[in-house]
Design a protein around this ligand. Structure first.
Ligand code: HPA
Length: 273
């Protein structure tokens, strides 16, 4: 069956509203307060932040489909936080490089907004440009450079992206760990990793982190009025900064090695939001 978001005459916000209604029905939670997309290395956070009320296969929700990358869990979880609020955990991210169109990429974020979430936490595994960042270092995203030549906004929709990655939420994260560094995230299309020359370009235009997600999602989250916290796990130094070639296996392993530590960090941050 074709995904309804790929039908150009459909309305992505209506499909997000249908998805939110399905989530409310299947989880028994009418509204969520905060939403998280857990990228490589961050998945364990879902177990640490509170009590899971329901886990739903993403494929049961309108507009979602199975993820392309092994290691990404295709489920949507509703979690009751110790403070009584509800968190929606999106385990199934659709990447721009999958070629299904940007509507599919941001459907999770729009659905989260439609469930009532006012805060969007976007996490990812990414390459680091700063040589001092060892693999396994979590970094706050302070801003982004969108190198995908795409946008989730359709038509003449002019949205301000100043303070896109909330300075207030970054300060909250630093109350938990004052040593957290931050950096500008450059989203490339992928799925190939960058060339060393592209990494140098990213560095020269002000980037510190390279990855294949998050920027488009952040734009959609802002359009929907959510406050955004972005966190990258540096799984490797970017191409040419590290001398060895990059491998997906290395990226996944770095995520596994750091998972317990960074998930605990994220859980502590969420407790303060
Ligand atoms: N580049 C882009 N995406 C990534 C990287 C990288 O070096 N590492 C993990 N995701």
């Amino acid at each position: 069956m074709q995904n309804p978001l790929e039908n150009s005459s459909s309305n992505p916000f209506e499909i997000a509203a249908e998805a939110a209604a399905a989530i409310a029905r299947l989880t028994g939670v009418a509204n969520h307060d905060i939403a998280l997309t857990l990228g490589s290395g961050w998945a364990k956070a879902a177990d640490l932040i509170g009590e899971t009320v329901a886990t739903v296969p993403a494929t049961d929700i309108p507009g979602f489909s199975a993820p392309a990358v092994a290691g990404h869990v295709a489920s949507i979880r509703s979690i009751k936080l110790p403070n009584g609020k509800f968190a929606l955990v999106l385990g199934a991210r659709t990447h721009f490089y999958e070629g299904h169109g940007v509507r599919r990429v941001v459907h999770g974020v729009r659905t989260a907004a439609a469930t009532g979430a006012k805060t969007m936490i976007l996490t990812n595994g990414a390459g680091g440009i700063k040589e001092t960042w060892k693999p396994g270092t979590p970094v706050l995203i302070s801003d982004h450079i969108n190198l995908t030549a795409s946008s989730p906004l359709e038509g003449a929709t002019f949205v301000d992206l100043t303070d896109l990655y909330s300075s207030r939420l970054r300060a909250v994260a630093r109350e938990v760990d004052a040593t957290l560094d931050d950096g500008v995230y450059c989203q490339f299309r992928g799925p190939h990793y960058e060339t060393p020359a592209e990494v140098q370009m990213a560095k020269h235009i002000g980037g510190h982190i390279v990855g294949m997600s998050t920027a488009l999602e952040a734009i959609a989250a802002r359009e929907s009025g959510m406050e955004i916290l972005g966190l990258s796990l540096i799984t490797n130094l970017a191409a040419g900064i590290q001398k060895e070639p990059l491998s997906h296996a290395e990226v996944l392993q770095a995520g596994k090695d750091a998972e317990v530590r960074i998930s605990a960090l994220l859980a502590q941050i969420i407790a303060k939001i």
